[in-house]
Design a protein. Structure first.
Length: 267
């Protein structure tokens, strides 16, 4: 490992589970030692080396794991760790340094490192295991984060669906509303279809069925706003809302007139 970015395979090239490792180390002796340790245990890794933080920034995007020395010519302490995490948040970074301070190791993990190892105290099997565990932990964290985002999105979609399909405002006990909504498309995406039924004081029942072109939370939110506006207008107008002119806010959008049907129920 004498070049600035030399690619070195430390395991059989036939292995399908090779991990791309970026070694950020300015000392040639330490870099050679890391390569030998991994090669001795047949670690399924491909090691690429950077001598400085600047070089590491250009190579980190393709690395699943980064072995980072905290003492580099252009970076000291945790500064390099923070910069690499900011540039590539999904990279699993293991701090590999000569500093045998447990406090520094705790700070490194707190700052986002997956693990902390001391040079000269690491065997090949341990180094290989730490790399594998670091990568798997990072993948698990990303999966958990994606699941959390998906759960939040599902909750928001559920709120929008409730807004699109409200409880009808009917006082006449002789009337009931039966509605069915079947999501369109293969993926059953949240859409902008909505309806509402309102009975005004004079006994007239106004029904609205609407549709916002497209699928997704933005279209659904627009549908909710339109439905609420229609209900508010219908409840506040003496004769109820029978006609609404809707303007498409998008560039080139057209105005559309939608009529709500009024059915008298008073005898």
């Amino acid at each position: 490992m004498t070049s600035n970015a030399e690619l070195e395979t430390t395991a059989s090239p036939d292995r399908d589970d090779q991990v791309q490792v970026l070694l950020v180390e300015d000392d040639d002796g330490d870099a050679v030692l890391v390569g030998e340790l991994l090669r001795e245990v047949g670690a399924a890794v491909v090691v690429r080396r950077a001598r400085s933080l600047v070089q590491a920034k250009n190579l980190v995007s393709g690395a699943a794991c980064v072995l980072l020395d905290l003492g580099l010519p252009d970076s000291q302490g945790l500064n390099g760790l923070r910069q690499l995490l900011q540039l590539e948040p999904e990279a699993a970074i293991v701090v590999l340094t000569g500093e045998s301070s447990e406090h520094l190791g705790e700070l490194a993990v707190r700052a986002g490192a997956q693990d902390y190892l001391v040079k000269g105290e690491v065997a090949g099997h341990m180094l290989n295991r730490v790399i594998r565990y670091a990568v798997e932990r990072r993948r698990a964290e990303e999966a958990q984060r994606a699941l959390h985002v998906a759960q939040i999105r599902a909750q928001e979609n559920a709120r929008l669906e409730r807004g699109l399909l409200p409880s009808p405002l009917l006082t006449d006990t002789r009337l009931s509303v039966s509605a069915r909504c079947l999501p369109g498309g293969q993926h059953h995406l949240l859409g902008g279809d909505f309806y509402d039924v309102v009975e005004t004081a004079d006994g007239t029942v106004h029904a609205l069925v609407g549709d916002v072109c497209g699928h997704g939370p933005d279209e659904a939110a627009l549908g909710v706003c339109l439905r609420i506006a229609w209900r508010s207008f219908g409840c506040s107008s003496p004769g109820g809302a029978s006609v609404a002119v809707i303007r498409d806010p998008r560039p080139g959008g057209r105005s559309r007139t939608r009529a709500g049907s009024g059915v008298g129920t008073s005898s």
